[in-house]
Design a protein around this ligand. Structure first.
Ligand code: BGC
Ligand code: ZN
Length: 355
């Protein structure tokens, strides 16, 4: 079968012919589509130091996938023809991994499909343990490949719900209609976070330091999400109508962290998701502000099986209302491996169609 592979430690990507061995007690899944994200391109450019093969010297890329069951196993809840999304992260042996919360792994001994220690899904078929498959309703087939990136957002919502319990946080009518969310970064994760916080009823603003292509601006506009260009727009003017009570960073530069600490309201919640982390923070004054404002700051990575299920439910409920199919801006063939090296200008989510 065709498979898109990288050699961990080296720059580059290729399409290879690989046959996988049938594995006992594992379900055979035929890949329908795989999504491409920043992590995949960082792997291709050898920018991540934790990338590892499963065996040999190559790794099949791809952690965002939708597949269809081709051959199930005895007594399985899955039958031929069912649609499934495979999970990325697989547990190690720590206490939290043992209860399905490998997203909070204590010792780092987990593996991740298409990233560290396990082949991914950019290939025509794969064998999978049923525990790591999430059943998908046929009604969302067209965009179910977004379940994987969206599960990260569902975990962010879990973190948000936890942190806001520090103090009475809701508005005086019990809703969030007076509260504002600012999301930094306009990649697919940033846009998905904005959509979900908008659906929670917060005044939602998405930020980048450069202008956006018109297809992205139109998509945000239809969904009632405000765009703020942090290098040319006026911060204080914007903050009057678009308060910053929760700030979520999906870009990961420290420059953004400095801006958030400066502008966020008292009792604000900051959730960091982006991992680029270059630059430095303004220490002294910075700490005073975190304390004076009673800020809560949390990092959030990955998500549990529950979050995959919530992501799939979210798509069933909100995809038609929020025009989510428009997030898929390009559909490519496996042979188009250039798409893993170059990001098209108007890209939100590019996908590879396998069958
Ligand atoms: C995936 C996460 C994963 C992370 C780090 C992201 O692209 O969505 O599930 O934990 O990469 O490897
Ligand atoms: Zn990803």
């Amino acid at each position: 079968m065709k498979a898109i592979t990288v050699k961990p430690g080296k720059v580059g990507v290729e399409i290879k012919d690989i046959e996988l061995k049938q594995i006992k007690n594992k379900i055979k899944v035929r890949t329908i589509s795989t999504g491409i994200c920043g992590t995949d391109r960082e792997i291709v450019y050898n920018e991540l130091n934790f990338v590892k093969p499963e065996e040999g010297d190559y790794l099949i890329l791809g952690h965002e996938a939708l597949g269809i069951i081709e051959e199930s196993i005895e007594n399985s809840i899955f039958k031929e023809g069912d649609l499934v999304v495979p999970m990325v992260r697989r547990p190690g042996n720590c206490k939290l991994c043992k209860i399905g919360r490998q997203d909070y792994c204590l010792d780092g001994n987990f593996i991740e499909a298409g990233i560290r220690g396990k082949n991914g899904f950019m290939c025509e078929y794969f064998y999978e343990d049923e525990k790591y498959l999430v059943k998908i309703n046929k009604s969302i087939q067209e965009y179910a490949v977004l379940v994987e990136p969206l599960k990260n957002v569902m975990k962010i919502v879990e973190v948000f719900n936890f942190l806001k319990n520090r103090v009475s946080w809701e508005c005086d009518d019990s809703t969030y209609s007076c509260k504002g969310a600012w999301i930094f970064g306009t990649g697919p994760e940033g846009i998905l976070i904005s959509l979900v916080f908008k659906s929670l009823g917060l005044i939602t603003t998405i930020v980048n330091r450069h202008p956006l292509p018109t297809n992205i601006l139109d998509f945000l506009d239809i969904n009632g999400i405000e765009f703020f260009n942090s290098s040319s727009d006026d911060w204080s003017k914007k903050l009057k109508d678009y308060p910053m009570d929760v700030a979520i960073d999906a870009a990961g530069t420290t420059e953004i962290f400095n801006q958030i600490i400066e502008h966020i309201n008292n009792n604000g919640i900051i959730i960091l998701f982006g991992t680029k982390g270059s630059g430095s923070i303004e220490k002294g004054e910075f700490i005073t502000k975190i304390v004076d404002k009673n800020l809560s700051i949390a990092g959030s990575e990955d998500g549990s099986k529950l979050h995959y299920i919530q992501a799939s439910n979210y798509l069933e409920n909100y995809a038609p209302k929020q025009n989510i199919k428009n997030l898929i801006t390009g559909i490519y063939k496996p042979e188009d491996i250039w798409i893993l090296k170059e990001k098209p200008k108007d890209e939100i989510k590019s996908i590879i169609k396998w069958s």
